[in-house]
Design a protein around this ligand. Structure first.
Ligand code: AQP
Length: 332
């Protein structure tokens, strides 16, 4: 079975629909077809400043949501990044074969550092994509399921894998991005040309899985729509309605064409009302299951410990090979 690795940051109290539809949903599906490794990337979560108690709590909430969304610890390896020290260890080596100019071209760093002010942005935020490359390469992943926003980082990972292999001998599998086109970019409800984002969106622009469904319904009702009255799928001319149709289709399993057909002669209000219902039905069981996991944190921690052990068994072998190839003297 091809191997998959992907990660998600515990940087918010809940995942949003962009995270779910762009990434997590595919993680669940790939358990059937791939050898899957998924991690809550807490090392990445401290690149923008954080509160320690909140980070610990959000790491558990993130893991609980992933299990509630359908990850099965019997069929995938679910772990917390900081439990596997090989990640930063390989990250250091990767950093040493990355050009400064090359890292400077990462648009996510440019966007996020511009928001913080470049002088205040951390070196960790700058080297984030390098650690991400290490995350992936440690597991010899063939594919990485992500949203469109991660495409450039994946390209860097591929370049670094190829460079290392050329320079030191074949060590890493060169991974492919696995992007599901239809849901690769879920957009902000208030700003439908920008991606729905934990850090950039206003609260009104994002639908959180763990939010009160009444609040989510209100956000959907207030979503920015487009001029005209017809419900059509046209992301260029009607980005707001198209985004709602994408979400509706992904959560209901009905095709966009079928939905457009069903809403002929109806208004934006009807679509929003029905979508709010679909979202409610979707989040309710996820919220219930998340609560069950969070009610028993020691059980959750045990699951994560088992995951970390399975992950380390793979990561340690790769790191050992990489250490050997770059010429580190083995300790006796
Ligand atoms: N709007 C989106 N549409 C589709 N996929 C998305 N992803 C994120 N936003 C969208 C995918 O979610 C996964 C988790 O990524 P992450 O933990 O790095 O989250 P993120 O990218 O930090 O999420 P945000 O909300 O966009 O936060 P900020 O603004 O802090 O970066 C990834 O696979 C990502 O592609």
């Amino acid at each position: 079975r091809p191997r998959v690795l992907s990660g998600i940051q515990p940087t918010a109290d809940s995942f949003h629909l962009g995270n779910y539809l762009g990434a997590v949903r595919n993680w669940v599906a790939m358990q059937e077809t791939h050898d899957t490794f998924y991690c809550v990337v807490d090392l990445h979560a401290i690149t923008m400043g954080h509160d320690p108690a909140l980070l610990r709590q959000r790491t558990r909430v993130a893991a609980a949501q992933l299990l509630a969304a359908g990850l099965d610890p019997e069929r995938c390896t679910l772990f917390v990044q900081s439990h596997v020290p090989e990640h930063p260890q390989l990250g250091w080596i990767m950093g040493c074969i990355t050009g400064f100019g090359e890292a400077s071209r990462m648009t996510q760093f440019k966007d996020k550092s511009a928001k913080q002010g470049v002088d205040r942005a951390s070196v960790g935020l700058f080297t984030y994509p390098i650690l991400q490359a290490a995350d992936i390469l440690l597991y010899q992943a063939d594919a990485v399921p992500v949203g469109e926003d991660q495409r450039q980082h994946l390209e860097l990972t591929r370049d670094l894998a190829q460079r290392f292999n050329r320079q030191f001998g074949k060590t890493f599998t060169v991974p492919e991005a696995y992007i599901v086109r239809d849901t690769a970019k879920i957009t902000d409800l208030q700003e439908p040309t920008a991606k729905m984002s934990k850090s950039a969106s206003t609260p009104a622009g994002i639908i959180e899985l763990l939010d009160d469904p009444a609040r989510s319904a209100k956000k959907i009702r207030s979503a920015v729509t487009d001029t005209g009255r017809e419900i059509l799928f046209d992301p260029a001319e009607k980005p707001g309605i198209s985004n709602l149709l994408t979400i509706y289709s992904a959560l209901s399993g009905r095709s966009v064409a079928e939905l457009v057909e069903a809403y002929v002669g109806k208004g934006y209000g009807d679509l929003k009302k029905d979508l709010a219902e679909v979202v409610l039905e979707f989040v309710r069981p996820i919220q219930e299951r998340t609560r069950v996991y969070l009610d028993d944190p020691s059980q959750l921690d045990k699951l994560l410990a088992v995951g970390a052990e399975k992950a380390r068994a793979v990561a340690a072998v790769t790191l050992q090979t990489a250490y050997d190839r770059v010429g580190f003297l083995p300790p006796v």
